[in-house]
Design a binder for this molecule. Structure first.
Ligand code: C5P
Length: 224
């Protein structure tokens, strides 16, 4: 039987890629499937949480008992996450947010020419960093990091820079870890420097492993 250790808590999960439009028919995106975020949303709902899932375009079926808030761009995700985030006890940011968007959005389809085409990009807001700045007393903020090198150093830097409580890092060069795929292998870092490695498992089990850590942290703070 699944423990009801998140009963009554609001958990906000973000998932999937974002889409950054260039013109009416083209956009920039990334390889995120959304599977890890959807697995987290499903697992949190199973453990009794009220779950809001702010998701970029994925093609996945939303889990039962989860409130889906569909978005496309990083800017839209930013607005929805800030709206729902203030009331959430736990925010888990599994989305692969595009760091950049085209500076100009053409209202007509961009025509082919015989010359090179240069697209200028501008920075998107860092949603998680903004949540870290606004973090309410007791709120638990969980970030993800996909790394290809210096995993531990990059993970701890990110955790402190963004004022997070937990950071879930995966080495996307390992077989069976990261984007696409149904499995993942992660290391979880805490803000006091604690570290825990989970074995390679399906994303549903990884999700429960992450929520075990979230739950322990929450209950240690409220003394329950
Ligand atoms: O700094 P980096 O993008 O690697 O950090 C990844 C974490 O930050 C993820 O949890 C991701 O969802 C979040 N993020 C965000 N807004 C951005 C970029 C990343 O919330 N613009």
């Amino acid at each position: 039987l699944t423990p009801q250790d998140l009963a009554g808590l609001m958990v906000l999960v973000t998932a999937g890629p974002t889409r950054e439009p260039l013109d009416p028919v083209r956009y920039l995106t990334n390889r995120s499937s959304g599977k890890m975020g959807y697995a987290l949303a499903r697992a949190a709902a199973q453990r009794g949480a009220r779950v809001v899932l702010v998701s970029g375009p994925t093609g996945l079926t939303p889990p039962p008992e989860v409130q889906l808030v569909p978005v496309e761009t990083a800017q839209e995700m930013y607005e929805q996450v800030l709206q729902y985030g203030s009331g959430a006890a736990v925010v888990i940011k599994a989305a692969a947010v595009a760091d950049y968007r085209p500076l100009q959005l053409s209202d007509q389809k961009i025509k082919k020419k015989d010359t090179q085409l240069t697209v200028q990009l501008t920075q998107n807001p860092d949603i998680l960093a903004e949540l870290g700045r606004r973090k309410a007393q007791g709120q638990i903020l969980v970030g993800f990091a996909a790394e290809t090198c210096n995993l531990q150093k990059n993970a701890l830097d990110k955790l402190h820079r963004k004022n997070l409580d937990l950071l879930v890092a995966n080495d996307v060069t390992l077989p069976g870890a990261g984007f696409d795929g149904d499995t993942n292998q992660v290391r979880i870092f805490g803000s006091q420097g604690q570290e825990e490695s989970l074995p390679l498992m399906n994303k549903h089990k990884v999700a429960h492993g992450i929520l075990d850590r979230v739950s322990r942290l929450y209950h240690s703070r409220v003394g329950g």
